[in-house]
Design a protein around this ligand. Structure first.
Ligand SMILES: Cc1ncc(COP(=O)(O)O)c(C=O)c1O
Length: 369
C-alpha cells in the first residue's frame, strides 16, 4: 500500500489492512485445524468486537481476555465463550465476573489458594459455579505455579472449595520476546508444550485429566509443530503482528496489518522531520524484558527515515537529507508493539487497497479493570 492512495484522514490515525488481517487469521486457524487443536485468540491485541466476531466465524472456540472489563465488552457483542487468562482477586471484579457468567460461558485462571478462596466465596454466595484453569509458569516468571507436582498440589488444595470446577491448565511462554534468534524461539515453543505435557501427566497420575491444555503466544505458535498433549492455542498479536515480531523473525513486514499514518508538521533541518504523533500514538515499547529489539519507534514505510525520538505529541524522524518530505506530507509507520498502540486510539480505519472501507470503534480500549 502506498500512502498516496489513502483518502484524506486526519492524523495520527490507526489503520488496519483488512486483507492482511484475513490472511493472518486464516493461517493461524488453518494451523490449529491441521494440528487438531482449538484456537482461542487473545483479544487484548485488537480490543475490537467485530474482529473477535470474525475470529469466531473463522472457527475459534472462544476468545481469551486479560481483563474482566474486556470480557464484558466482548460478551455484550455476543461472544459466548470467554477465558479470562489472569488472576482476578478483587471483590468488585469477582462480582462482575459472576454477573457475566450468568449469560456467557466464562472460565478463569488460578495460581493460588488465596485467589481460589475469594473466587469460590463470591460464586457460591451467588449460587453460581465457574470453571478454572491452573496457570503454569513455563519460564516467564510472571504468575503461575511450577509445572508438575506444584500444579497438582494446588488442584488438590482448591478443588474441594464450593462452586469451582477444574477445567484444565494453561501457560504463556512470554519470555520468548527476549529470544536472540529464531532457533531460540523454536526451543521455547517446544519447551512450552513439553512442560504442559509433563504437567498433564502429573495430573493423570492422581487420576485427573485436564480437559484443556492450553499454550500460546504469537512467536511460539508461529513456529509450533504441534504436541499430542496440547489441545488449545491462544496467540493474540498474530492478527496484526508488529516491528517486534519482525525483529524476532516471527513475522514478515508483509504480514503486518496495523499501521499509524501521521503528518509532517515541521522540517526544521534537512535531516529532521517532525510528525504530529508521539508516544501517545506510537507507544514507547522497544521490546520486552528491558531488551531493545528494534531501531526507533516503528518501521517507517516507503521513506529512508528512522522515527528516532518521541515526545508525547511529537515524533522526531531522522532522515537522509535527500528524502523529499514536506510539511503536510503523510508517513505510514508499522508500530513496534501493536497491542499497546491499539489501546491509545478510540478508532481504527479498515483499509483495502489503500481505501478506507470500514471504521471500527476500539470498544475495549482503556478497559484495564
Ligand atoms: C496469558 C496470555 N495468553 C496469550 C497471550 C498472547 O500472546 P501474544 O500476544 O504473544 O500473541 C498473552 C499475551 O500477553 C498472554 O498474557
Amino acid at each position: 500500500m502506498t500512502i498516496s492512495n489513502l483518502p484524506t484522514l486526519d492524523t495520527p490515525a490507526l489503520l488496519i489492512d483488512l486483507d492482511v488481517v484475513a490472511r493472518n487469521l486464516e493461517r493461524m486457524q488453518e494451523k490449529a485445524n491441521n494440528y487438531g487443536v482449538a484456537l482461542r485468540p487473545h483479544i487484548k491485541t485488537h480490543k475490537i468486537p467485530e474482529l473477535a466476531q470474525l475470529q469466531m466465524r473463522l472457527g475459534a472456540r472462544g476468545i481469551t481476555a486479560a481483563k474482566v472489563s474486556e470480557a464484558e465488552v466482548m460478551a455484550a457483542a455476543g461472544i459466548k465463550n470467554i477465558f479470562v487468562a489472569n488472576q482476578i482477586v478483587t471483590k468488585e471484579k469477582l462480582h462482575r465476573l459472576a454477573a457475566l457468567s450468568k449469560e456467557t460461558s466464562i472460565s478463569i485462571g488460578l495460581d493460588s489458594v488465596a485467589a481460589a478462596a475469594k473466587l469460590s466465596e463470591v460464586f457460591a454466595a451467588s449460587g453460581l459455579s465457574i470453571e478454572y484453569l491452573i496457570e503454569i509458569n513455563s519460564g516467564l516468571n510472571r504468575c503461575g505455579v511450577l509445572p508438575g507436582k506444584e500444579a497438582v498440589e494446588l488442584f488438590q488444595a482448591v478443588d474441594t472449595l464450593p462452586s469451582l470446577r477444574f477445567k484444565g491448565i494453561f501457560t504463556h511462554a512470554g519470555q520468548v520476546y527476549g529470544a536472540d534468534s529464531l532457533s531460540e524461539v523454536k526451543e521455547i515453543s517446544r519447551h512450552e508444550s513439553i512442560i504442559m505435557a509433563e504437567t498433564a501427566q502429573a495430573f493423570a497420575e492422581v487420576g485427573t485429566s485436564p480437559d484443556i491444555v492450553s499454550v500460546g503466544s504469537t512467536p511460539t505458535m508461529k513456529v509450533w509443530q504441534g504436541h499430542e498433549a496440547v489441545n488449545e492455542i491462544r496467540p493474540g498479536n498474530y492478527i496484526f503482528h508488529d516491528a517486534i515480531q519482525v525483529s524476532l523473525g516471527a513475522a514478515t513486514l508483509e504480514e503486518c496489518a496495523l499501521s499509524i499514518v501521521a503528518t509532517v508538521i515541521s522540517r526544521p533541518e534537512k535531516e529532521r522531520a517532525v510528525l504530529d504523533g508521539g508516544s501517545k500514538a506510537f507507544g514507547l515499547d522497544r521490546g520486552a524484558h528491558g531488551k531493545e529489539m528494534v531501531t526507533g519507534f516503528g518501521i517507517v514505510l516507503a521513506k529512508q527515515a528512522i522515527l528516532a525520538r518521541l515526545s508525547e505529541e511529537h515524533g522526531i524522524m531522522t532522515l537522509d537529507p535527500k528524502v523529499d518530505l514536506d510539511i503536510g506530507d503523510k508517513v505510514q509507520i508499522i508500530p513496534n508493539h501493536a497491542c499497546a498502540v491499539v489501546n491509545l486510539f478510540d478508532r481504527a480505519y479498515g483499509i483495502r487497497n489503500g481505501e478506507v472501507v470500514e471504521e471500527f470503534k476500539i470498544a475495549a480500549r482503556g478497559k484495564s479493570q
